[in-house]
Design a protein around this ligand. Structure first.
Ligand code: DAH
Length: 346
């Protein structure tokens, strides 16, 4: 190896390197070239291996040229690398740019189920009269669902409720929210003003007007001097708030084992206004709930002295109220979870 050929090799290396650097089109290629040309096992190192074969006095000369070549390559790498990186950044900024003037994508909002919504409205109306919402279990015992409500095991009124039993002896799925009355009486002292919305279950063949699962809203008031007139006044307010202040209402005699006297509460037909039509079975009236004065025996089961306190109670089907308010005619719609139905209740 002599000085001239080493010099020529270095020159070739420089020229070739600069050409390759100029031809690079991606920042990653610059990184690779940097390793290939200047790395520990790179091309420059390879050429400089020949330096050992030179006489000692020539080595500094070659060293100087090698340094120059290294600097030239480093400079070219830095420059081209810079160009490519700004180009790449520019392209990336372009590609990833956000058009802040584009209208946002709408976030679909859910809505409350019409039955839940109806029960919330019912609770709001009674809330204005001081009624507080309570919860009571869906799996109930026979004692609370029936016996303490004055419905003994052999009472014919049990035929009214086709009961679904559970695996626990003496337990069942509550057939109505009325057992909540007992639970509230056990938990509170009078004066009591309780509202008990909740899911109920009966063994039913499903059709437009029967479902094996449905919702009721129960009410209970217990205080000294509570009367049927108080009940009537309260229910009037309720009917006017839910169906319109101009609607006429009436009490009819009814029968429930846990109230005495018992009544059915009617509102004038919301379809014909009382002129009699098929919707009200040509009576001019629609029954919206059952109610009455709490039977003294039931107060006693609740641990309340019937000599001192009186109470009234009422119970309504949430689906019936929702049907009347929204003109829905089929209970099954509430359970199918068809969005085309549910989305109509924003
Ligand atoms: N529990 C009754 C039913 O399921 C509804 C009812 C009627 C509740 C009269 C009451 C009431 O509290 O006083 O049909």
């Amino acid at each position: 190896m002599d000085l001239d050929s080493l010099r020529a090799d270095l020159e070739n290396l420089r020229r070739g390197a600069l050409e390759r650097i100029a031809a690079a089109s991606e920042p990653a290629q610059i990184d690779q070239l940097s390793v290939d040309l200047l790395g520990k096992k790179g091309e420059l190192t390879l050429v400089l291996r020949g330096i050992g074969g030179l006489p000692a006095e020539q080595r500094p000369k070659v060293g100087a040229i090698a340094n120059e070549v290294r600097q030239a390559i480093e400079g070219a790498l830095a420059e081209r690398g810079g160009e490519l990186r700004t180009g790449a950044l520019g392209r990336r900024l372009q590609a990833e740019s956000v058009d802040v003037t584009t209208p946002g994508r709408p976030i679909p909002r859910g809505s409350r189920h019409p039955i839940i919504e109806t029960m919330a409205e019912i609770a709001e109306v009674f809330g204005q009269f001081g009624f507080v919402v309570y919860e009571s279990p869906e799996v109930e015992d026979d004692l609370t669902n029936f016996q303490m409500l004055n419905i003994p095991p052999d009472h014919p009124a049990r035929d009214l409720w086709d009961t679904m039993y559970v695996d626990i002896p003496e337990h069942l799925l509550r057939t109505h929210t009325s057992p909540g009355q007992i639970r509230v009486m056990h938990a509170e002292r009078p004066p009591i003003r309780a509202l008990l919305p909740g899911r109920c279950f009966r063994y039913e063949a499903t059709d437009a007007s029967h479902a094996s699962e449905f919702f009721q809203v129960e009410g209970l008031m217990v205080d000294e001097g509570t009367s049927l007139a108080d009940l009537r006044g309260l229910l009037d307010q309720f009917a006017h708030a839910m169906f319109g202040a101009d609607k006429r209402t009436r009490f009819r005699p009814g029968y429930y084992p846990f109230t005495e006297p018992s009544v059915a509460f009617d509102v004038e037909c919301l379809i014909c206004g009382g002129r009699r039509c098929p919707a009200c079975s040509h009576t001019g009236w629609m029954t919206i709930l059952g109610a009455g004065m709490v039977h003294p025996v039931v107060l006693q089961y609740g641990g309340i002295d019937p000599e001192r306190y009186q109470g009234f109670a009422f119970g309504m089907g949430a689906e019936r109220i929702a049907n009347l308010r929204h003109g829905v005619g089929d209970l099954r719609l509430y359970l199918e979870n068809d969005l085309r139905f549910l989305e109509q209740f924003p």
